[in-house]
Design a protein around this ligand. Structure first.
Ligand code: SF4
Length: 327
């Protein structure tokens, strides 16, 4: 019986891996797939136990659906944006700050990897930036408990930032620039081709609105980019996941959250305004955030006014029309 189940488990893994290959080669639009996919497919759990990261997770149907939704949306993003290369197994540096988003990111990636659906080696990583009261023991203990390879880096950027930036200004710009430089260095040292971050749908949407309303440009947070030096990817596999789902998931998983205000810096006033604007719209018209996020993947360059993006001068009569429904 044990031998039979073992072979069956192996066969299921093989089928899943073949399924992933097909997915990675597919071309379907991400947003449409989200709305059509189902949360009710239980086949993935018939034969395999869950990764140890879920050892203390609730057994409720609601939790299972939530977990599956996050996993499915993440897998879709990985496929739609070509995050995993064909024909080789990359190594990813998965960055954890100790907040809800990054814990969720790691759990979902481990889940996919455990199911044989993510042919990637993962190295979890935390950067201790020397903020006062930073609980150094929490993440190493967590990584050890779930048995995940990890690296903790200690570098006191906090002192540098507080010394250089006047107390009346926000520290975030310099702080995040320094953090990025350190993470790039560690990724290179560890032979990782990508730095993987926990930003989600709502982070991207807020960034888009900030750029639109305050920055004078149309730009969100990209799901995948190449760094300026051209030697590393920056990936955001949670780009299709709603913050609300992540918040609920993190609460149910009882992650040992590290507070995000240890540095004493406030979130930018403009970002807070955008958040409350979006929250207000969402309350009055549920579904607005998802619709707006979908718009980011349905762009019509011919209906914007950027001559570098669309060749208006080259438009000529007799050529195929460019949709006149915007008149
Ligand atoms: S909130 Fe604090 S830790 Fe985060 S980027 Fe800003 S200064 Fe750095």
């Amino acid at each position: 019986m044990g031998v039979f189940l073992g072979s069956l488990h192996h066969a299921v893994r093989m089928v899943r891996q073949m399924g992933l290959k097909a997915l990675l080669n597919g071309k379907t639009g991400m947003a449409d797939d989200y709305s059509q996919a189902s949360d009710s497919d239980d086949s993935a759990e018939l034969f395999s136990p869950l990764h140890p990261v879920f050892a203390d997770a609730p057994g409720s149907v609601n939790f299972r659906k939530l977990r599956k939704r996050l996993v499915r949306q993440t897998q879709e993003a990985i496929r739609a944006y070509g995050m995993v290369p064909d024909g080789r197994r990359p190594r990813w540096l998965v960055c954890l700050s100790g907040g809800k988003d990054s814990y969720t990111l790691l759990s979902v990636l481990l889940d996919l990897q455990w199911q044989g659906a993510l042919p990637v080696d993962l190295l979890a990583c935390n950067l201790d930036q020397g903020q006062p009261g930073f609980p150094k023991h929490i993440l190493p203990e967590y990584f050890a408990k779930i048995g995940v390879p990890h690296r903790i880096i200690t570098q006191d950027t906090y002192s540098v930032v507080t010394e250089k930036v006047p107390a009346s200004n926000t520290y975030c710009s310099l702080c995040s620039r320094m953090r990025r430089g350190i993470l790039y260095r560690v990724a290179r040292e560890e032979g990782c081709e990508a730095v993987v971050l926990g930003h989600h749908r709502d982070d991207s949407l807020e960034t888009f609105m900030l750029n639109f309303l305050f920055g004078g440009r149309l730009a969100a947070m990209p799901p995948k980019l190449v760094n300026d030096a051209g030697d590393l990817f920056v990936l955001r596999p949670l780009i299709g996941c709603a913050e609300d789902d992540i918040r609920k998931f993190a609460g149910l998983m009882q992650f040992p959250i590290i507070p995000c205000n240890l540095c004493g810096s406030q979130e930018g006033l403009q970002r807070m305004q955008i958040k409350s604007l979006l929250d207000d719209w969402e309350k009055r018209n549920p579904g607005r955030r998802q619709t707006m996020a979908r718009a980011l993947s349905h762009v019509r360059p011919s209906h914007l006014v950027d001559a570098e993006l669309f060749d208006f001068a080259g438009l000529d009569l007799g050529a195929p029309g460019t949709k006149d429904d915007g008149l």
